[in-house]
Design a protein around this ligand. Sequence first.
Ligand SMILES: Cc1cc2nc3c(=O)[nH]c(=O)nc-3n(C[C@H](O)[C@H](O)[C@H](O)COP(=O)(O)OP(=O)(O)OC[C@H]3O[C@@H](n4cnc5c(N)ncnc54)[C@H](O)[C@@H]3O)c2cc1C
Length: 329
Amino acid sequence: MADVWILAEVQQSADSTAVGLRRVTHELVTAARGVAGGNRVCAVLAGHGVAHLAGAIGADTVFVMDDPALAAYSPDGWAKAIAAVAAERKPGIILGASTARGRDLTPRIAAILGAGLASDCIELGTDGTALTALRPMYAGKALARVRVTSQPAMATLRPNSYAPAGDAGASTGGPTIEAVPVGDASGRAVVTRVELTASTRPDVSEADIIVSGGRGMGGPEHFAMLEQLADALGAAVGASRAVVDAGWRPHSDQVGQTGKTVSPSLYIACGISGAVQHLAGMKTSKLIIAFNKDAEAPIFSVADYGIVGDVFEIVPAFTEAVRALHAVR
Ligand SMILES: Cc1cc2nc3c(=O)[nH]c(=O)nc-3n(C[C@H](O)[C@H](O)[C@H](O)COP(=O)(O)OP(=O)(O)OC[C@H]3O[C@@H](n4cnc5c(N)ncnc54)[C@H](O)[C@@H]3O)c2cc1C
């Protein structure tokens, strides 16, 4: 097989300055190493003012597409520019992240290249001749193992499915960094403004721990209780759709089929019934804890641990216990 490419994702500040790499970029490197065999793991780093991030990715080679034409994200423009480089260099596998950006961009690149794409995968491998992938289907009720036989083979990977590569992912002696000229990146649609939510908490799609609230929280004012627990754990705060539809929390917090798909190490569901559309977005979390006053709530069917009771009693007590544990340490 030829090189394995990953599409790096960059973290931007409010003024669109590239301030770092998103954690999922390092997770993609880990996944790429697992399928690369003896081949190179290469990263495509696209944008404007991003070149300084190349050394931190952990790939063997970084193709830096740093150009004012890529300052604003354009789905079709970026896809065209990146696909042109891939068509010329012919990687064996291209991996993107199953994030808002990755879900938008990666299939467009696949369409231009005529490549097969396995989307929203939680595990990647090879069987010697093809890329294999495990992907949840039917709102998480079934797991499909698929083979992608095209050249290149493409996949998007759900965040938190792999440990981030960190220093261990870096090749010895640092990566080879190659500036790649950006061809035609003109697009019919261009993102003109990005509004970042001002929060010191991690984003649900990247967080290792998520404290999520449902309609059982009783009102937006009671989410302060979940924020306290989240702060004690260093967690993000998520929400069910019922809560978002009621205007209690922003849509960016929504977990589920029409929200974000998450796979954190720990997911704590508070007053969430566990409708199939919610489970679709969090079922692959490594450890699930549920608090619900209804012992028959479907959330308990996926929970590793659960407490049947009132969130207004359980959550403050749980928060105190977490704080006490930190104090001992
Ligand atoms: C096409 C489609 C897409 C959808 N996408 C999503 C999605 O992305 N994400 C999503 O979440 N939903 C989604 N839904 C909606 C989904 O079907 C449910 O309606 C929603 O998840 C319910 O949210 P909830 O669990 O917060 O509320 P409810 O179903 O009302 O559950 C509230 C729970 O809180 C418990 N409770 C109440 N008071 C307390 C208390 N004091 N202490 C402890 N427990 C208490 C109750 O026992 C109950 O189990 C979608 C639906 C459709 C049709």
